[in-house]
Design a protein around this ligand. Structure first.
Ligand code: ADP
Ligand code: MG
Length: 252
């Protein structure tokens, strides 16, 4: 797949999402404009119900906007059919969930190989080695042959991140990936994301935790379906993820 370099890697224009409820239409996202460049490490924060999951699901194509346009890697996400979406996601955006969602009957290694089989990449002969390499990168290779039930939450999430990277997508999207982990393990997961940005990945991560969010290079604050602040900076560790400065927009 060719990823367009002329426009932002993730490009949302006037994105609105309305849910039908008994009380009428509820606007979970209200005209979101968001532009993320390749290599950014973006944390999305906000109270429960502010629209974080809805926003991430729009970007990964797990759900579709009511209005507006979403381009990821130059592709209009809402135009892709269900089958195309699954293949597109494999090549473009790895997804990580709060509850890991590993297949319980497959070993860690087999879980990581699954998207490779589904997307037909890399070549069959390379899949096992690539899965081992990803588990090594996530510092969990010694657990490769174990079933998920034999692993701790933090170990399962490392396997799930390895799986999200299986087909080498440029973007990783994670919805509260540390919501079910203790704080030390959560720190470790955010450190892994940092390492992935150094390897050229673009990270979008939803978190409740303001301290963890500060480890990202850009923080978006959502409230009632609106981005109320968009701040660059905050990564204390180094100059990595440096990007052109963006004026913080404060609308609240
Ligand atoms: P967050 O992830 O920030 O907690 P969500 O994106 O899950 O927030 O939800 C945003 C708002 O949209 C909430 O008020 C939630 O109740 C509402 N919502 C989410 N999904 C649905 C749905 N399928 N139907 C109706 N309302 C929904
Ligand atoms: Mg959520």
């Amino acid at each position: 797949m060719t990823i367009s370099t002329s426009s932002p890697l993730v490009d949302l224009n006037r994105v609105t999402k309305a849910y039908k409820t008994d009380a009428g239409l509820f606007l979970a996202l209200k005209g979101i404009d968001l532009h993320v460049e390749a290599g950014e490490y973006v944390a999305i924060v906000g109270k429960s119900g502010s629209g974080k999951t809805t926003l991430i699901n729009m970007i990964t194509g797990l759900d579709h906007p009511t209005e507006g346009e979403i381009l990821v890697g130059g592709e209009k996400v809402e135009k892709l059919g269900e089958n195309q979406l699954a293949i597109w996601r494999g090549r473009t955006i790895g997804v990580v969930f709060q509850f890991f969602q590993l297949l319980p009957t497959l070993t860690a290694l087999e879980n990581v190989m699954l998207p490779m089989d589904f997307c037909g990449t890399p070549a069959i002969t390379e899949r096992r080695d690539r899965a081992h390499e990803l588990l090594r990168l996530m510092e969990i290779e010694e657990q490769a042959d174990k079933l998920p039930a034999k692993l701790s939450g933090g170990q399962q999430q490392r396997v799930a991140i390895a799986r999200a990277l299986a087909t080498d997508p440029p973007i990783l999207a994670a919805d509260e990936p540390t919501g079910n982990l203790d704080s030390k393990t959560a720190e470790a997961v955010f450190s892994l994301f940092e390492r992935l940005t150094q390897l050229g990945k673009t990270i979008l991560v939803v978190t409740h935790d303001a301290d963890l969010a500060r480890r990202a290079t850009r923080q978006l604050h959502l409230a009632d379906g609106v981005i109320v602040t968009d701040v660059n900076g905050g990564n204390r560790s180094s100059g990595i993820g440096k990007q052109k400065s963006r004026r913080p927009k404060v609308r609240s």
